[in-house]
Write a protein that binds this ligand. Structure first.
Ligand SMILES: *[C@@H]1O[C@H](CO)[C@@H](O)[C@H](O)[C@H]1NC(C)=O
Ligand SMILES: *[C@@H]1O[C@H](CO)[C@@H](O)[C@H](O)[C@H]1NC(C)=O
Ligand SMILES: *[C@@H]1O[C@H](CO)[C@@H](O)[C@H](O)[C@H]1NC(C)=O
Length: 326
């Protein structure tokens, strides 16, 4: 399973037997045997067996020393490329095999500027018009080398960074409006030749459904927010010209509540006072109605009494009028 890299352990001592072997200056060795010529043979090698092996003669004189490193030859790489704007491609890779050994890399996609420590390389001002690019990265270590190739289309990989400085604000006097503003991602050139379209989504906290707005410009006003509720708001961006490109990741979730006027701000205490007020108004109102009804009844009763008295006279005059000649 493990392959030996830097040297053979089958080392014999020229000055004859017996010899003593140490690993990292300690006499504790992994499972081994020493041959009649004084060679050390490791019988069952684990990764932990690596280190500095030294051989001493019976007087304690150092005869030989060797460093053992254990690892694997390179395997295939998983390559992915990020294209945050039209002038920059970054390709990075991860090994599918852990080799435990230092490695070197080179890339065929020239000039891909290598950063071996971070396992990525950068292409500046790539040829976007070339539809398919092939990137081949070769990993080389002490045990061998392996190349991995990947084909990709830059315009399909084009994916802006998320919009920056996203801000959601109340609009004073409007209980259903929110203003959303943002900046272009700083890695996107601020140039009319590279327009972005922005996708804004929002929903009351707890709702499953997003509402959406598309816009080319900041700010945008949301006019159908749910009054009095906290809202989640996010923005993302995409190259406006290139339909095959990708949407950026969403900006971080922001939480904002639309503006609430003084009148619409009943706290629980205020609500109780409000109810008490309502009861008093209702009682007063009932009293007024009661008094009105009583007064009406009294007036009707008084008029009725007077009418009983008057009716006879009226009848007499009606009869008189009828008998008058016209
Ligand atoms: C010996 O030292 C090397 C590095 O110097 C280390 O990787 C290895 O684990 C050590 N081995 C033992 C058995 O201590
Ligand atoms: C990588 O480097 C090795 C040796 O330095 C060379 O043989 C190989 O052709 C190079 N590969 C690429 C893809 O440039
Ligand atoms: C493109 O993106 C890279 C990486 O984020 C950045 O360094 C570079 O300045 C950007 N180019 C432009 C023109 O904004």
């Amino acid at each position: 399973q493990w392959e030996e890299v830097e040297s053979s352990l089958f080392m014999s001592s020229q000055s004859g037997v017996p010899v003593v072997w140490h690993l990292n200056r300690s006499a504790a060795l992994p499972l081994h045997r020493v041959t009649s010529e004084g060679s050390l043979v490791l019988l069952h090698v684990e990764h932990s067996a690596q280190g500095d092996y030294s051989c001493y003669d019976s007087q304690g004189l150092l005869l030989h020393s060797v460093r053992l490193r254990l690892g694997h030859p390179p395997g295939l790489l998983n390559i992915s490329c990020q294209v945050p704007n039209h002038t920059h491609v970054r390709c990075s890779w991860v090994e599918s095999v852990k080799t435990f050994l230092p490695a070197q890399y080179n890339a065929s996609f020239r000039p891909c500027v290598m950063d071996v420590a971070h396992k990525h390389c950068d292409v500046y001002h790539p040829a976007f018009w070339q539809t398919i690019h092939t990137l081949s990265v070769t990993e080389t270590n002490g045990l061998g080398s392996k190349s991995t190739s990947d084909r990709f289309r830059l315009h399909e990989l084009l994916k802006p960074d998320p919009p920056e400085s996203v801000l959601v604000q109340q609009l004073e006097g409007y209980s259903q409006r929110l203003t959303v503003s943002w900046n272009f991602p700083s890695s996107w050139p601020l140039h009319t030749a590279f327009p972005l379209v922005f996708h804004i989504r929002y929903r009351p906290l707890g709702s499953m459904y997003w509402s959406e707005i598309y816009s080319e410009e900041s700010p945008v006003v949301i006019s159908d927010a749910l009054a009095g509720h906290l809202h989640q708001v996010q923005v993302r961006a995409r190259d406006e010209v290139n339909n095959e490109s990708q949407w950026s990741d969403w900006s971080p979730l922001l939480l904002v509540r639309p503006w609430k006027g003084q009148a619409e701000k009943p706290s629980s205490v205020n609500q109780d006072e409000g109810n008490l007020g309502l009861v008093i108004v209702l009682v007063l109102f009932s009293l007024v109605i009661l008094i009105t009804v009583l007064s009406l009844v009294f007036v009707v009763w008084v008029r009725q009494k007077r009418r009983d008295h008057v009716t006879v006279q009226e009848l007499a005059s009606v009869v008189k009028m009828k008998s008058m000649p016209i």
